[in-house]
Design a protein around this ligand. Structure first.
Ligand code: FES
Length: 146
């Protein structure tokens, strides 16, 4: 079991503390916006914020998140689309959408600490894989949102 603050609400996820956070979110908390792509930290589809920093949820355990603040795509913006999401629509940066939640979370974490990132900084913060080939538009959307 792990107790954490998930999207601004205290929760108990009743799973083995060694379970990757990704599965705690998807299977324990029924939040399926966070995606499973590789399970090895390479693709970024599972990116969430932990204490405001973008982390790959397949690489951290529920136990490691005990007492921490976790934000998923479902909790990023409560009442309207986040500026990154609005910019993605404006830049037509979404095709299949599978990578989108992880990209949005990574971009939001970047912009929260650096409102005007350079292209290099955006590239470094978003190593997320997009198999549809819209990565250049994703980067443009992050610049627009900044
Ligand atoms: Fe976590 Fe790919 S599923 S990085």
């Amino acid at each position: 079991m792990a107790r954490l603050t998930l999207n601004d609400h205290p929760v108990e996820i009743r799973m083995d503390p060694q379970t990757p956070l990704l599965w705690g979110l998807r299977d324990g908390a029924n939040l399926t916006g966070t995606k499973y792509g590789c399970g090895t930290g390479d693709c970024g589809a599972c990116t969430v914020m932990v204490d405001g920093a973008a982390l790959r949820s397949c690489l951290v355990t529920l136990g490691e998140c005990e007492g921490r603040f976790v934000t998923t795509i479902e909790g990023l913006s409560q009442d309207r689309s986040h500026p990154v999401q609005q910019a993605m629509v404006a830049e037509q940066a979404i095709q299949c959408g599978f990578c989108t939640p992880g990209v949005v979370i990574a971009a939001a974490a970047l912009l929260a600490r650096n409102a005007n990132p350079s292209e290099a900084e955006i590239g470094a913060a978003l190593p997320n894989l997009c198999r549809c080939g819209v990565h250049p538009r994703l980067l443009a959307a992050v610049q627009r949102a900044g």
